[in-house]
Design a protein around this ligand. Structure first.
Ligand code: DUC
Ligand code: ZN
Ligand code: ZN
Length: 469
């Protein structure tokens, strides 16, 4: 059977066309501009009318945390609930993380995580490998993951001493391995040792409200770590470096400066840093402020961070928008460990709303339609070596979203599909809505209703990105 998307505007990172799109099996088989006659439906074709809508590639969310074990709790979306929510939001690929901890075995950590995801995901998925204990064996094993398992990226932490933290020597060694293999090094760039001092001092002074989460993680300590990571990448032989969750003008400026020096560095930001701020949410005290605690933290809206981050996306200083989806329920989790900011699990859920939240940047004139598609799908697919995803083109996987710019989306915990009892974006009314979603040829969301099958998602063996080598 053939499926046709007719009468829509096809939007890719490199342009838009009035064209009809045909899908056969799992692949896009034909794209015909209507100026050239379009595609005439046959009697056996399933026809999806996209009049007035954009036909865009399924979103690629390269940074999510389903059922993440934080040590005190587990993030509240399973791979099943989280990927259903992703589908509702037009995301047809997620990349989560396998986590090796200090002294632990990388290959075992990968296999455990793989088994958990494989039996549940409803959209296609991949895994990055976290190295929480960089030692000789961890580097040997990480190096082998690309051929064994198709894992093209590792993640390192400059924050969280005593937990996931790597010191500069460990980071240099890991980056040397990345320079050698072409693996992408994702880095959580914050100066964790300095942050821990500020946290200790805030608590000693009785400053425990949620806003002190942000106040003890100042943007200077994010920027300093970005600078250090960039220098280490260069010294390592220009390792591919990807800074996750860039939240501040200060960190962005370091990325821009490093790029002008020729560092092989890419930046990711997230919708929360573009739409939420310290003042809007963290001044609320307990309990509401706890719902907005994430790391890197939300920044003050008076310091131009949001405007600078939008500009960074517009001018390709930032390459990707991911959600860093890390959901927790309010009562049992965010507030479950005591009334002090450092006891609150870090993370905001948002895998369902990335395309909608980023589309507001198109409406406001911050980014073009094409750039919206690029940062949400094309660039993450390319940078992380995800095969056959991220554009509407013949022979690509038929991951297709029909996006209706005339509809509206109101975000609420009452109606979202993530397993969270609150939303950091509660009540936000957005222009545009995801209408229909196809994943590898299957319609999984039809006019706003999930119609997909459990565990149909496929593991994506990735390749080292040709984009960055
Ligand atoms: N960093 C992440 O990337 N995700 C959740 C929490 C954190 O610190
Ligand atoms: Zn992080
Ligand atoms: Zn994260």
């Amino acid at each position: 059977m053939r499926t046709l998307f007719v009468n829509g505007t096809v939007v890719n990172a490199d342009g838009q066309t009035e064209a009809d799109v045909a899908v056969v099996g799992e692949k896009i088989s034909q794209i015909v501009p209507r100026s050239g006659g379009g595609i005439t439906p046959g009697p056996d074709d399933l026809v999806i009318d996209a009049t007035g809508c954009f036909v865009v590639p399924g979103g690629v969310d390269a940074h999510v945390h389903m059922e993440l074990d934080t040590g005190t709790t587990v993030s509240s979306d399973s791979f099943a609930s989280g990927t259903i929510a992703a589908a509702y939001g037009g995301t047809t690929t997620i990349i989560d993380f396998a986590e090796q901890r200090s002294g632990g075995n990388v290959l075992e950590a990968f296999e455990k995580r793989f088994a958990a995801a494989e039996s549940q995901c409803v959209v296609d998925w991949g895994l990055h490998q976290i190295l929480g204990g960089v030692d000789e064996q961890a580097l040997i094993d990480a190096r082998s993951l690309i051929a064994r398992e198709g894992v093209a990226s590792i993640k390192l932490f400059m924050a969280y001493p005593g937990r996931l933290y790597s010191d500069d020597g460990q980071i240099l060694r890991a980056l040397q391995m990345c320079a050698d293999t072409g693996l992408m090094a994702m880095v959580h760039a914050e100066n964790g040792l300095a942050i821990d001092v500020l946290v200790e001092q805030a608590i000693a002074a009785g400053n425990i409200t949620p806003d002190f989460h942000s106040r003890t993680r100042p943007p200077e300590l994010e920027a300093e770590a970005v600078h250090r990571a960039a220098v280490l990448s260069q010294v390592a032989g220009n390792a591919p470096l990807y800074i996750v969750h860039v939240s501040s003008s200060h960190a962005l400026a370091e990325i821009v400066s490093a790029r002008t020096r020729g560092v092989n560095i890419f930046g990711e930001t997230c919708p929360q840093y573009l739409h939420l701020s310290l003042e809007d949410h963290l001044g609320q005290g307990w309990p509401n402020g706890a719902g907005f605690i994430c790391s890197t933290p939300l920044r003050s809206k008076h310091d131009h961070h949001q405007a600078d981050l939008w500009d960074g996306l517009r001018y390709d200083q930032l390459a990707v928008v991911s959600t860093d989806h890390c959901p927790f329920c309010m009562r049992e989790q965010k507030l479950g460990f005591g009334e002090s900011f450092q006891l609150v699990p870090n993370g905001i859920g948002g895998v369902e709303h990335r395309l909608d939240l980023m589309y507001q940047g198109v409406v406001a004139g911050h980014i073009s339609l094409e750039r919206w598609v690029e940062v949400c799908a094309t660039a993450p697919a390319r940078l992380f070596g995800v095969p056959r995803k991220g554009s509407i083109a013949v022979d690509m996987d038929a991951d297709v979203v029909i996006y209706d710019p005339a509809a509206t989306t109101v975000i609420s915990a009452e109606t979202h599909h993530m397993n969270m009892d609150y939303s950091a974006y509660e009540g936000m009314a957005l222009a545009g809505a995801v209408r229909t979603v196809m994943s590898r040829g299957d319609v999984i969301v039809n006019n706003g209703q999930f119609v997909g099958r459990a565990s149909r998602g496929r593991y994506l063996r990735r390749e080292v990105s040709q984009h960055i080598r």
